[in-house]
Design a binder for this molecule. Structure first.
Ligand code: SF4
Ligand code: SF4
Length: 132
């Protein structure tokens, strides 16, 4: 099991940052609407920013700060975050093992243009959300 990590819909509303604490390269980002930036912390909740990026406004507007985002250019495919005992809701996967989603599922927020998401949606979102 290898491949870059992709965060999917189950993170929405959970976002406990357990994956952040096991990532050795701080490539898992949170959106801050007040500064309109994506930033990663050295340790979850530390407030110490390790890296930051500019978001694509349209892409980040879909879920905003309700979910975390893996920067696929920085992920080393180390596998740590998608071990089964890390994410409490099974939201984070290797890109090679993304399960089928629920294409007829509910919207996740009022501005979401999609009605449910195949999990491949989140692979594309991970690419699109980083502008730099
Ligand atoms: S696979 Fe490794 S490097 Fe990539 S996001 Fe997960 S913990 Fe970080
Ligand atoms: S992907 Fe899982 S472990 Fe990471 S913040 Fe979301 S719910 Fe928590």
């Amino acid at each position: 099991m290898a491949g870059v990590a992709v965060i999917t819909e189950a993170c929405i509303g959970t976002k406990d940052r357990a994956c952040v604490d096991v990532c050795p390269v701080q490539c898992i980002y949170e959106y801050d609407a007040t500064t309109a930036t994506l930033s990663s912390e050295q340790m979850a909740g530390s407030g110490i920013v390790e890296n930051s990026h500019q978001p694509n406004a349209d892409s980040v507007a879909i879920f905003g700060d309700t979910i975390l985002y893996v920067n696929l250019d920085e992920c080393t495919s180390c596998t740590a975050c998608y071990q089964p005992d890390v994410c409490p809701v099974g939201a984070i996967y290797s890109e090679d093992h993304l399960p089928n989603g629920a294409p007829n599922g509910p919207r996740y927020n009022s501005t979401d243009p999609n009605t449910g998401h195949d999990h491949t949606f989140f692979l594309q979102l991970s690419h699109d959300v980083f502008a730099d």
